[in-house]
Structures are given as structure tokens and as C-alpha cells.
Design a protein around this ligand. Sequence first.
Ligand code: RFL
Length: 394
Amino acid sequence: ERVSVVVVGAGPAGLTVGNILRRAGVDCVVLETETREFIQGRQRAGVIEEWAVRALQERGLAGNLLSRAERHTACEFRFEGRRQRFSYGELTGRHHFIYPQPMLVTDLLREYTDVRGGTVRFDVRDVRVHDVDTDRPSVSYLCPRSGRREVVHCDFIAGCDGARGVTRKALAAGRTARHDYGIGWLSLLAEAPPSSDCVLFGIHQDGFAGQMPRSPEVTRYYLQCPPGDDPENWPHDRVWAELRRRLAADGAPEPVEGRLIEKRVLDMHDYVVEPMASGRLFLAGDAAHLVAPIAAKGMNLALHDAFLLGDALVARLQREDGDDSALAGYSEACLRRVWDYQEFSQWLSEVYHGPAAGEPFRTGTALARLRRLFASPVAAAAFAEQYLGTAERY
Ligand code: RFL
């Protein structure tokens, strides 16, 4: 079998690349280790930045999102027993879209397969990439039905297989910059409405707590915990008592209790693979860089990569002169935004976690950072720009 592009992974990055290729009539195949049902149900992100929605729209991929997503224009910090609302919408005229990742993946998958005639092979096993530094790369996998190894020859490979994928390992070693926060987050999904219409950040000496609305029925919560903690240490009553305590503030309604349908511990870390390409293999999304969910940036970066990679591959494969300047500049163009978002996440992490470090000095500086947002219009504007990802040039 031979196609122009093999896309490894059917997450937001891979499906966006696939859609861009199919719209331009480029032949491609997407390989995915999970089943269709699994990827359409996998709950993760929910916050999509305005520029990303605009870019999806330009590529014909935002129909459902625009009609169904909620718009958020503020977040609220709770600290020292007070609540302070940060109205970035008023400040900038911009907003966030709240659209759960499974809904976006479902939209992208339908469009790719049913409308644009794309192929996804689900449930494949033991995916391997070959000869990426030659002009005849290929990808092989075990077919779950026949048990045989199938080989797909191609011109380019898009490595969109996420943090646990295989394509990153095919790049030469020693290219990964890593940062460990040394903390854990208990990541929760509750079958309950949010207690407030916006994102809440609880800054507390016993650890950070966050509320991220997802829909009127489901709300995501986070609780800082030791790294490697066992979710079994967090029974229902302990979770809700801790959320109530860490999110408490004068005049604030308590979190609305509900059944916990997800409970996982995330060891908070970041990494960046630099450069994001080698020969004919181009990484996109979490395969190339992980950003801890501190500032809700991961899916936005995955989409940014996918727009650039999809467009660059189309320019190379479709135009008569085979323009490869965009492919050559791909990694650098992505990494400018990646490093900017990583830096913002680190900055915000200190605000969230500094006061729980048990060091009075870090508590003092973290709270100073926070107060500055409400005292200085310039600091507020800078924060809003980074939180919304609206800077024009990276
Ligand atoms: P994905 O979504 O992980 O998709 C990769 C796909 O590749 C498949 N795969 C393979 N396929 C073929 N061969 C292999 N060897 C393969 N190995 C894996 C996987 O099954 C999967 O289908 O990566 P992608 O496309 O790069 O998208 C990245 C985003 O999913 C991720 O950055 C976000 O979910 C991060 N994130 C958030 N991002 C935001 O922008 N806003 C948020 O509010 C937000 N909240 C979150 C998050 C991530 C979280 N977790 C679980 C880490 C909240 C959480 C709790």
C-alpha cells in the first residue's frame, strides 16, 4: 500500500491534519491504536482559544462547535478567604470557548470519514515507523484481525500519537527538554453542575484546587496532591470536603457535590522535543510537547501544530513547484508558541502552588503576583493576553 501521508494517531492533532489533507484531495491514512468508541468518549480538555476556533472555522471544522460551545469571559481566583473575579472579556473583548474534547474529536472524525472520504484504521497494534531519514519512509502495524504486519509506504509521516506514542522515540535521542513540577494533581470529573459559571482557582496553603466547567451536567475539578499519590486515598467524602475547604471564600457558593466518574493522579510535568521533525517525520501535539494542564493549553498547542503541518504538507504535495519552505520552517514556527505557553504555565504554577510549598517566602511572592493582577492594569492586560493566547506574533 502507498499513500502520500500516514498520520499516526487520531486525537485532535491527527484528525485535524487528516481533515486538512483530505480537503485538498491529498491521499492519507490515519492509524489509531484505540477503538472509535474509546476515542470519542475520552474526556480531557475543554478550553479552546478563540484563534484556534477561528482557524478551525476557516478549514470548515467548527460548525457544531460554534453552535454548541459555551463562551467564557472570566475566571475567579480565591485566596485568603476572598474571591476576586478576573474579567478578561471586559478587558480585551475576547473569550474562551468551552467544548469538551470528545465532542471535538467526534466532529473531526465524522467530517474526515463521512464528508471528506478519509480512512482511519482503528485498533491497530505495534505501530512502527521506518526509514524516516530517507525519502522512502514507511509505517507498519499489526492488523488486529489477520494478525499480519501491514506496511504503508508514504512520502511523509505525521506523528500525532500523543504523550505515550511511538513516533517521538523515532527521533534521535537527546532532544527532549523536560521539567518536573514535583507535585501531583488529582484530576476529577463530577456528575454535577459547576457551582459558578466560570473557572475557579483556589490558592490555599494546603494545596491548589480548581474548578473547570465542562457542561451543565459535568464539571472537572483538580486537587493538588503528592506526586504518585494513589487515587484510592481520595474517597468521595474526602474529595468533597477538601474541595469545599480549598475553594471557600466569603460569599462564595460551595461546590455542588456529585458522583465522581473519573479520579486519576497526574504527575505534573512538561517536555518539549526540539526540533519537532527529522527527515520525513513531523511530530504534532502531545507527541512533540506536553504541557501540564495548569493553563489549559495542551489541546490548543496540538491544534496550532496541526494547522501548520496540514497546510505545509498540502503546499509541498499539491503545488506544482512542491513548495517546501513551510515544512522547513514548521518546527520553529510551532516552538515559538510552545515555549511561550510553557513559560506562562510555569509562571501560573508558582501562583497556584507557591503558597502550599511550606515556605513563607514563596507564599509572599506568589500572593504578590496574584495581587498585582488586580492592582495593575498593565499586569492584568499581560495576563489576559497570555491566558487567551492572543499575542499576534510568536
Ligand atoms: P492525543 O489526544 O493524546 O491523541 C493521540 C492519539 O494517538 C493514539 N495513539 C496511537 N496511535 C497509533 N499508534 C500508536 N503507537 C499510538 N499511541 C497512541 C492515542 O490513542 C490517541 O488517540 O494527542 P493530541 O492529538 O496531540 O492532542 C493533545 C490533547 O489531547 C491534550 O494536549 C489535551 O487533552 C491536554 N489537556 C487540555 N488541553 C487544553 O488545551 N485545554 C484543557 O482544558 C485541557 N485539559 C488536558 C486537560 C489533559 C488532561 N490529561 C488527561 C492529561 C485535562 C486533562 C485531565
